[in-house]
Design a protein around this ligand. Structure first.
Ligand SMILES: Cc1cc2nc3c(=O)[nH]c(=O)nc-3n(C[C@H](O)[C@H](O)[C@H](O)COP(=O)(O)OP(=O)(O)OC[C@H]3O[C@@H](n4cnc5c(N)ncnc54)[C@H](O)[C@@H]3O)c2cc1C
Length: 512
């Protein structure tokens, strides 16, 4: 009997194997996706909602925010709208937006914060830990958060349809019909496996996957610190294992994650879980027998080199995981949604106000973000190709050196990166100091990723510089843009948003 079979409940093991079957199918040849979105030339006679959202997990964040702005919003969820038991880790500074948008009172926000961690480490073999504060330092209670947002949504007139699955939608010139619902704008918040996204991507395979397994367990020594990234081993079986741990309400959460591509030879989640249980006692200094596993956690996060899908259909917009617009390095989709909540809320309100609902206009609501595109290269340096020959310690050495350089450059360089925000100046300084301190290592990385990846990356790096410059130049022109006639006002304001968020200039600007 394997450790996984011994330690996981039978129902959890069955779930793990079900997700693994999906992971195998993704690596094998893909079936063509079903057509769930169609077009019709006829006009709808009656439109009941401004916005209809499918998928309630992150959909309710946007649903509540839009209903609060006075829009008529419907939300359909195939199950019951309820948060998961496992906390979402996020940085405290990202959370004030809930109060600013009047979705939570300060007391409710306080209550939603289930755990706090005092400081967080970055650990690599043979190197001193690097400590930071205020990064992913809060564990949000999803059950409480979603319950409060659901209540606010209903209070503001939102209509919730639980146990109602999205089956398909027809786009008309003046609206969208999905089942019995009619709306002006349809929002897809159905996660990575959204049938709309699958149709929009037309069976395209993701170029990168982050595989994650872990658990929340009791029995560890009391500890209110976390690890944001920890490595214990060299590259084994073409995988560099990385670890994370956070204090949790029900004990302690530990994750093992690794970046891979979709080669058939890649490990199953069950194989990864086996390694997780084998190494966990060494990582946390606690025997498995001393632990009581409260819940097991696993998932896979696809990432596309081309980034988010933008909007491929008129009047249909993807948000949350289905949009594919979060960092390819992190599995922090909740955090990404919170960071973009204000931009999306006001952007959607204005798209409805000025009837900017065709695909190119909606594309501007999920725009190209060079700061995320630039992180592709980092993903690639941590993803060892099957049969690729690299030194077993190369990834550890690279990551350790990058973090040492960032720490020496100060917290204004290190902290944004840890919060999934890459900024032009900080990135330039880090790369220059790395090239000076470790030229041999940099040459090894260039050989590992190859010239084409580097060339492609240069394009995103230059765009990052351009976006930073454009945002600085125009950041005070909001009111000038606001006075222009629609649709120019809408388009220029969205461009300003794209330059701001795409250059990481949004960091720490909540409350403006
Ligand atoms: C192990 C693990 C740990 C994580 N930790 C963190 C963390 O610490 N911090 C963080 O920021 N993020 C974290 N995440 C990521 C975060 O959970 C996701 O980004 C987030 O759940 C994405 O929400 P979503 O609504 O976009 O998609 P999903 O979570 O996939 O939700 C989709 C929703 O749509 C509904 N739905 C699906 N199909 C239909 C349909 N046909 N009709 C109607 N409804 C439908 C589903 O029932 C569900 O409610 C973690 C994820 C995992 C797996």
């Amino acid at each position: 009997m394997s450790l996984t079979e011994k330690w996981l409940k039978p129902s959890t093991l069955a779930d793990l194997r079900r997700v693994d079957a999906g992971w195998l199918a993704l690596r094998q040849a893909q079936e063509p996706p079903k057509t769930v979105v169609q077009k019709s030339a006829s006009r709808l006679t009656d439109i009941s909602f401004d916005v209809a959202i499918a998928g309630g997990t992150l959909g309710i964040l946007l649903g509540a925010a839009l209903a609060k702005q006075g829009l008529r919003v419907a939300l359909i969820e195939r199950g019951m709208l309820r948060g998961r038991a496992q906390e979402w880790n996020i940085s405290r500074s990202d959370l004030d937006i809930f109060v600013e948008l009047e979705l939570l009172t300060p007391a409710e926000l306080e209550r939603a914060m289930a755990t706090h961690c005092s400081r967080s480490a970055i650990r690599f073999p043979g190197a001193k830990p690097i400590w930071v504060e205020g990064v992913l330092d809060i564990g949000i209670d999803p059950i409480y958060l979603l319950a409060v947002l659901k209540e606010k949504f209903l209070q503001c007139g939102g209509q919730l349809f639980e146990n109602t699955a999205f089956m398909g939608a027809t786009i008309h010139p003046n609206g969208v019909q999905a089942g019995a619902l009619t709306c002006r704008l349809f929002v897809d918040a159905m996660g990575h496996l959204s049938p709309i996204t699958q149709q929009a991507r037309n069976g395209q395979k993701p170029e990168g996957i982050c595989l994650v397994v872990g658990s929340c367990a009791q029995g560890f020594a009391a500890n209110d610190e976390s690890d944001l990234i920890a490595s214990l081993t060299p590259v084994v079986n073409y995988c560099q294992y990385l670890w994370e741990t956070f204090p949790a309400r029900d004990g302690r959460t530990t994750y093992l994650f690794t970046y891979v591509d979709t080669s058939l030879e890649r490990p199953s989640l069950e194989a990864l879980f086996e390694d997780y249980l084998r190494v966990l006692p060494d990582y946390q200094g606690t025997a498995l027998e001393a632990l009581q596993i409260e819940r097991s956690l696993f998932g896979l996060f696809p990432a596309y080199q081309s980034g988010g899908i933008g909007s491929r259909f008129d009047r249909v917009l993807a948000v949350g995981d289905s949009s594919g617009s979060q960092s390819p390095l992190s599995f922090g989709g909740f955090g990404a949604m919170v960071r973009h909540l204000k931009r999306l809320t006001f952007g959607i309100c204005e798209s409805l106000q000025w009837d900017c609902l065709e695909s190119p206009d909606l594309d501007q609501l999920q725009p190209y973000q060079p700061n995320l595109a630039a992180t592709w290269l980092f993903q690639k340096t941590m993803c060892v190709e099957v049969n690729q020959k690299i030194g077993p310690d190369q990834v550890n050495r690279l990551l350790s050196s990058v973090f040492v350089q960032m720490e020496s450059l100060g917290s204004e360089v290190l902290r944004p990166f840890l919060q999934d925000v890459v900024q032009f100046q900080a990135l330039t300084k880090t790369l220059l100091s790395l090239a000076i301190a470790e030229p041999g290592l940099v040459a090894g990385i260039v050989a590992q990723v190859g010239p084409w990846a580097l060339l492609d990356w240069s394009r995103h790096y230059l765009s990052l510089g351009l976006y930073s410059g454009l945002y600085r130049l125009f950041e005070h022109q909001h009111s000038f843009f606001a006075n222009l006639p629609a649709p120019w006002c809408y388009r220029l304001k969205r461009s300003l948003d794209a330059w701001e968020y795409g250059s990481g200039s949004d960091l720490g600007k909540i409350g403006r």
